[in-house]
Every structure is written in structure tokens, then in C-alpha cells.
Design a binder for this molecule. Structure first.
Ligand SMILES: *[C@@H]1O[C@H](CO)[C@@H](O)[C@H](O)[C@H]1NC(C)=O
Ligand SMILES: *[C@@H]1O[C@H](CO)[C@@H](O)[C@H](O)[C@H]1NC(C)=O
Ligand SMILES: *[C@@H]1O[C@H](CO)[C@@H](O)[C@H](O)[C@H]1NC(C)=O
Length: 154
């Protein structure tokens, strides 16, 4: 192998590693929550650069601000649409959303604004129906009482 081809190989390997690395980092974390339940989204605090504002956002058809946190004043400013069901923790910057509904499905992310804008967390949230509820289990027996009677007689 010539020196040039070794160099090329090393460059390609480095490129591949950096690509895979950034790919894994940019993949949103998947979270699933039952209809009506709460969901908590965390941020790795150590990965955050110094910032002026931290903004949790819902990225659906449009971008919707959920809560804005001002570092200097420690002020927490929830959007009116969310203020009754949002909890923001100003120690670790985690976001809790209560009473999740079907239309809350989608991508959520936190952005810090300072010298530069940084994405510090991204979540892909799905809201699932509550399966296996008692109604679903007992419904057949209500619909087919004769089936129940037959079973008892056996
Ligand atoms: C996105 O847009 C579609 C079509 O306009 C609409 O049906 C849907 O409800 C919207 N989703 C949200 C989360 O607003
Ligand atoms: C942040 O604080 C909240 C409330 O104390 C806690 O529930 C959550 O687990 C914390 N998150 C992290 C990443 O430490
Ligand atoms: C989010 O999750 C859904 C289903 O789990 C998937 O179809 C979708 O591609 C994901 N979106 C992103 C941006 O990862």
C-alpha cells in the first residue's frame, strides 16, 4: 500500500466514524405514552453550552413554543396553550406534559439560544390508546350472555 492510499483509507474511516456519531446524536429518542397520561422529556445537562434562553418546542405542522426559560432572570414562561398542563424543572430543564392527547403526537425538542443556537434534545412522541381495559375484556360476556351461561353449565 502506498502512503497516499493509507492516508485515503484513514480519512475515509474518520469520515465514517464522525458520520455515524452525528447520526446517532441526531436521531430523536422515541417515547410512547398512554392517552391521558403524563410524559417527561429530559435533557443531558452536561451537553448544554452556556445560554440565555432555553425553549421547548413542539414541531408539528407548525412550530409551537411550549415553554421558554430565561437563564438570567430564572423566569419560566409557558405558552398559554400549555400553561395548565406543563411542568418545567429549572434545575435540570426537563419538561413534563400532562394529559397527553392524540394530537400531541409528534416531534418535541429543546433549543438553547446564546452565542449560538443548539439543539439539546429531541423526542419522537407517540400517544397510544389504553388497551386491555376491563370494558374490552367483559364486553363479549355482556353481548353474549348465553355463552357465559353455557360455560357455567359445562
Ligand atoms: C396537521 O395538518 C393536518 C392537515 O391540515 C391536520 O389534519 C392535522 O390535525 C394537523 N396536525 C396538528 C397536530 O395540528
Ligand atoms: C429532573 O427533575 C425532575 C423533578 O425532580 C425529575 O423527575 C427528573 O427525573 C430529573 N431529570 C433528570 C435527567 O435528572
Ligand atoms: C417517529 O416515530 C414514528 C412511529 O414510531 C415513525 O414513523 C417516524 O418516522 C418517527 N419520526 C422521526 C422523525 O423519527
Amino acid at each position: 500500500m502506498t502512503l497516499a492510499s493509507i492516508h485515503l483509507l484513514l480519512t475515509l474511516t474518520a469520515l465514517l466514524i464522525s458520520k455515524t456519531g452525528s447520526f446517532a446524536e441526531n436521531q430523536p429518542k422515541s417515547l410512547s405514552v398512554k392517552l391521558g397520561n403524563s410524559i417527561q422529556m429530559d435533557i443531558n445537562k452536561n451537553s448544554i453550552p452556556p445560554f440565555d434562553e432555553l425553549i421547548w418546542t413542539f414541531f408539528s405542522n407548525y412550530s409551537k413554543t411550549i415553554v421558554t426559560y430565561h437563564y438570567e432572570t430564572k423566569e419560566i414562561d409557558p405558552d398559554t396553550a400549555y400553561k395548565d398542563r406543563v411542568d418545567f424543572n429549572d434545575q435540570n430543564f426537563s419538561l413534563t406534559l400532562k394529559n397527553m392527547q392524540k394530537n400531541d403526537c409528534g416531534l418535541y425538542g429543546a433549543i438553547t439560544i446564546g452565542d449560538r443556537t443548539t439543539h439539546v434534545g429531541e423526542y419522537n412522541v407517540s400517544v397510544v390508546e389504553n388497551h386491555g381495559s376491563p370494558t374490552a375484556i367483559f364486553l363479549p360476556w355482556i353481548l353474549f350472555p348465553s355463552m357465559l351461561t353455557a360455560m357455567i353449565m359445562i
